[in-house]
Design a protein around this ligand. Structure first.
Ligand SMILES: [Zn+2]
Length: 185
C-alpha cells in the first residue's frame, strides 16, 4: 500500500523516534508499505517519521552509482550492498568518520527542494534488521550519506537544518522558517 508522505511542517518529522520493541506482522506490513512508498516516489530512503510514525526505523534503497559511488564493509571486508537492498534498519546507532564532503541532497518530505549538506564521508552502523538480528557495517559515499540523512529523520532532524549556509539562504521563505539548529553530525 502506498502511504502518504509527511510534508514540510508535519509534526511527525520533528518527533524523535521511539525504539522498536517488537517485530510482528504489523511492523512487517508497515515496512513493506514504506518500501513500496519509497520506490513509487523514487527515493533512496524513507524513515518512519515520513509516513507519520515517530519510530527508530528507516529503509534504504541505494543503488551503486558511477557519479556518486558507495561502499560497504562487513567485518572489515568489502561487501556487495546492492543485494541487501531494500535494507531495513531499526534502533540504529551510528558513528561518523572520515573527511567531510559537501554534496546535494533531496528529501521525499521536501519535493523539488535540494540543498548541499556537509557530512562525513563514512559511517559505522549498528542496528537491528527485520529478522531480529543485529547488523553491523561500515559505509562510504552515497550509502553513508543516505544512512546519515535517514538516521537524522528518526531523531527529528531534517536535511534543511544541516544545509550549508549559502544554500539555506536560497531556500523558499516558507521552508527556511522551518530550519532548526542541528545537533552535531
Ligand atoms: Zn529525507
Amino acid at each position: 500500500m502506498i502511504l502518504d508522505i509527511a510534508q514540510f511542517d508535519h509534526p511527525a518529522l520533528r518527533t524523535p523516534g521511539s525504539p522498536i520493541q517488537k517485530i510482528d506482522t504489523s511492523l512487517r506490513d508497515l515496512v513493506a508499505d514504506m518500501v513500496e512508498t519509497m520506490r513509487e516516489a523514487d527515493g533512496l530512503g524513507i524513515a518512519a517519521q515520513q509516513v507519520g510514525l515517530p519510530l527508530q526505523l528507516f529503509v534504504l534503497d541505494v543503488p551503486q552509482l558511477k557519479k556518486r559511488p558507495s561502499a560497504m564493509r562487513i567485518g572489515g571486508r568489502r561487501a556487495e550492498f546492492e543485494p541487501l537492498m531494500p535494507l531495513v534498519l531499526m534502533n540504529a546507532e551510528a558513528a561518523t568518520f572520515g573527511k567531510t564532503h559537501t554534496e546535494g541532497e533531496g528529501c521525499l518530505s521536501f519535493p523539488e527542494i535540494s540543498a548541499r549538506v556537509a557530512r562525513p564521508l563514512s559511517v559505522r552502523v549498528k542496528a537491528l534488521g527485520l529478522d531480529g538480528a543485529t547488523i553491523e557495517f561500515e559505509a562510504d559515499g552515497l550509502l553513508a550519506r543516505a544512512v546519515q540523512h535517514e538516521l537524522d529523520h528518526t531523531r527529528g532532524v531534517l536535511f534543511i537544518d544541516r544545509a550549508i549556509e549559502e544554500d539555506r539562504f536560497e531556500l523558499p521563505d516558507d521552508i527556511r522558517r522551518l530550519v532548526r539548529p542541528a545537533p552535531p553530525a
